[in-house]
Design a protein around this ligand. Structure first.
Ligand code: NAD
Ligand code: UDP
Length: 388
């Protein structure tokens, strides 16, 4: 634990606080818990249905953070302890969600309930009890770029005004209702609007975070090892799984979509700044991403293949990628965001935050983690005879 007094961005000492973190057992939650426990004096009430990813923070009496983290196994859909825990805390951070694209078109009801209905009591309890809320939304609320509707050869496609995503100016553009992919984005948009309205009408102190493809260790699961064999995680885990098994990486609809990837450890720095600078973060919606790390999904596959070969010492496959249609990969109702570059003006101005890690470096450390964590387990799984 840090013993020196921490100062906020305006030079004032930061008082230790109690944070109710919902979804603390997930990918982002696990990194946020680690950061808070190792660098601050804040206490965490960690709520989740699972705790595998934070078990290392909960076990062992000798841990230097002692009793500053308390795990509560709670499903926020139906648990009367939720309001009491929010009341005990100074700040609530809500990370709980279904947030894997493979679920959006195949489990649209669960997706909408999880991202909208289940978040409602959290907003209500914060508002009624005058507690601050940091709510995790998504860059997906922007949907498609304006530029994606222009003719393929239009020079306007090169103009940033047609693709840079700005919190206070860009529209939210989703596909038609039968494209159920957008169930997630739409539910997230509505909860953002509700939180914003609670701020405007009832004085709720809130911050909304829009993550742009945060990636790193502990993201999702490797199918058949620490998650279901038939499960489809987000792209980092899908590609890691293929590399570990020495199978070609599947490029959905040719891998032409573009993404910007930010290293989880850079992004967590931004969240800590929001936690500790309420005067600068309240009432704001923040893009959190790395505009310099843009690639097509195809380029990501090529880079991950190269980095993994270096990390594992194994030569890449002769045919490292294969194309697959979105219908075959995700099923009916899938659609995609074409391009996601965050405008950084607001987060720069309010918090002075900038990402540091290049795509190559973040893939290097993440794939080293994946190799060390999963390579042996995958060999064992693959050696088992399959039932005929
Ligand atoms: P994650 O799936 O790893 O974590 C979510 C956690 O919430 C899980 O541990 C899950 O068990 C928990 N949870 C879900 N429903 C719950 C319930 N009813 N009760 C209690 N716990 C519940 O996902 P993540 O990547 O850590 O994402 C966290 C948040 O950030 C989500 O709201 C997601 O929509 C948002 N987000 C993340 C990214 C990213 O790049 N990782 C991008 C956009 C948005
Ligand atoms: N994708 C892919 N192959 C995979 C998994 C994902 O080509 O094995 C693509 C997917 O269609 C999307 C991008 O990779 O264009 C990023 O997918 P992810 O699941 O990480 O979530 P998203 O960024 O769309 O929210």
């Amino acid at each position: 634990m840090a013993t020196e007094v921490r100062l906020d961005l305006d030079g004032r000492p930061i008082k230790p606080m109690t944070i109710c973190m919902i979804g603390a057992g997930g990918f982002i939650g696990s990194h946020l818990c680690e950061k808070i426990l190792s660098e601050t004096a804040h206490k965490i009430l960690a709520l989740d249905v699972y705790n595998d990813k934070i078990r290392h923070l909960l076990e062992g009496e000798s841990l230097s953070w002692g009793d500053r983290i308390q795990f509560h196994r709670i499903n926020i859909k139906h648990d009367s302890r939720l309001e009491g825990l929010i009341k005990m805390a100074d700040l609530t951070i809500n990370l709980a969600a279904i947030c894997t694209p493979a679920d959006y078109n195949t489990r649209p009801l669960d997706t909408i309930y999880s991202n909208f209905i289940d978040a409602l009591p959290v907003v209500k309890y914060c508002s009624e009890n005058n507690k601050r809320l940091i709510h995790f939304s998504t860059c997906e609320v922007y949907g498609k770029t304006i530029g994606s509707f222009l003719p393929k050869d239009s020079p306007l496609r090169q103009d940033p005004a047609y693709y840079i995503l700005k919190e206070d100016a860009s529209p939210c553009i989703f596909g038609s209702i039968e494209k159920q992919r957008w169930s997630y984005a739409c539910a997230k948009q509505l909860i953002e609007r509700l939180i914003y309205a609670e701020g405007a009408e009832n004085g709720l102190e809130f911050t909304i975070v829009r993550p742009f493809n945060w990636i790193g260790p502990r993201m999702d699961f490797i199918p058949g090892v620490d998650g279901p064999s038939e499960g489809v995680p987000r792209v980092l885990a899908c590609f890691s799984n293929a590399l570990l098994r020495r199978e070609p990486l599947k490029l959905v609809d040719g891998g032409q979509s573009q993404r910007t990837f930010v290293y989880i450890k850079d992004a967590i720095e931004a969240v800590l700044l929001m936690i500790e600078n309420p005067g600068r973060a309240n009432g704001q919606i923040f893009n959190v991403g790395n505009p310099h790390n843009e690639v097509t999904v195809r380029q990501l596959a090529e880079m991950m293949t190269e980095v993994y070969s270096k990390v594992s010492g194994e030569a890449p496959l002769e045919v490292p990628t294969i194309d697959i249609s979105s219908k075959e990969f995700y099923g009916e109702g899938y659609d995609d965001s074409d391009k996601r570059i965050p405008d950084m003006t607001i987060i720069n101005r309010q918090l002075g935050w900038n990402p540091k890690t290049s795509l190559w470096d973040l893939l290097d450390s993440t794939l080293t983690y994946q190799h060390n964590t999963y390579a042996e387990a995958i060999k064992k799984v693959m050696a088992k005879p399959t039932a005929s």
